[in-house]
Design a protein around this ligand. Structure first.
Ligand code: ADP
Ligand code: MG
Length: 232
């Protein structure tokens, strides 16, 4: 479902004339199959976020190919990417990235509004999903009235509302205490098992890697394959 082929990326830094190319990803190749949880584990600065930004089309690779759902998306323009992301991807971030002035309900509703889904249909879908992730009693709360774990549940619901096939997560439990982290990992695992959602999770935390079917290691921009923790 996601095929990354010989992907390399360099950032160009410095003033014009004395610019330097800094290679950040070097010939990265891996696949993620439908229904898998894949984790990419690496230290800070190893290139994890850059890899996720490439997979989600926010930056373009210097070299290599990216194929998602049999579409060669390597040379997509911004408009093509925006449409593709809205129909295939959900995102979860370490810092939740909820909109503070919107309630739980409104934060989760937003992607449906962007997709042009009519209001009564939006209401039904959002309430069903909030029930599903255990947030229905918090529908009218604002993010600052919720705990970290509850905020991450809202952001997971927001990621799920468009029924994406793939969820891309950058350090999804990085801001949570251990107990809450385990709750969120349970939720991810059950969404994977019950709804067949594919996850690509970036982390430097072994607890997160433990729920994955496939683990990849990233070190100084070089990717290698690790073991499988959970049988597919
Ligand atoms: P990680 O998420 O694993 O911590 P990143 O992908 O954020 O790593 O960064 C990998 C390397 O790329 C770091 O050395 C970082 O300084 C560099 N880098 C990231 N983004 C940029 C950018 N926009 N311009 C220049 N260098 C960058
Ligand atoms: Mg990062």
């Amino acid at each position: 479902m996601i095929e990354v082929k010989n992907l390399s990326h360099s950032f160009r830094v410095g003033k014009k004339g004395t610019e330097k190319e800094i290679p950040v990803l070097k010939n990265v190749t891996f696949n993620i199959k439908q229904g898998e949880i894949a984790t990419i584990v690496g230290r800070s600065g190893s290139g994890k976020s850059t890899l996720l930004n490439l997979i989600s089309g926010y930056i373009s690779p210097t070299e290599g190919e990216l194929i998602i759902h049999e579409n060669n998306v390597t040379n997509f323009n911004e408009k093509e990417w925006a449409k593709f992301r809205l129909s295939h991807f959900g995102f979860i971030f370490q810092s939740f990235q909820l909109i503070p002035s919107l309630t739980t309900f409104e934060n989760v509703e937003l992607p449906l509004t962007l997709k042009g889904v009519p209001s009564p249909e939006r209401k039904k879908q959002v309430m069903d999903l909030l029930q599903n992730v255990g947030l229905h009693e918090h529908a009218s709360h604002y993010p600052n009235e919720l705990s970290g774990g509850q905020q991450q549940r809202v952001s997971i619901a927001r990621a799920l509302i468009t029924k994406p096939s793939i969820i891309l997560a950058d350090e999804p439990t990085g801001s949570l205490d251990t107990e809450t982290e385990l709750e969120i990992l349970d939720l991810i695992r059950s969404l994977n098992l019950e709804k067949g959602i594919t996850f690509c999770i970036i982390t430097h935390d072994d607890e997160v890697a433990k729920i994955s079917n496939h683990q990849f290691h990233l070190q100084d921009g070089v990717l290698s394959k690790g073991g499988a923790f959970v049988e597919v």
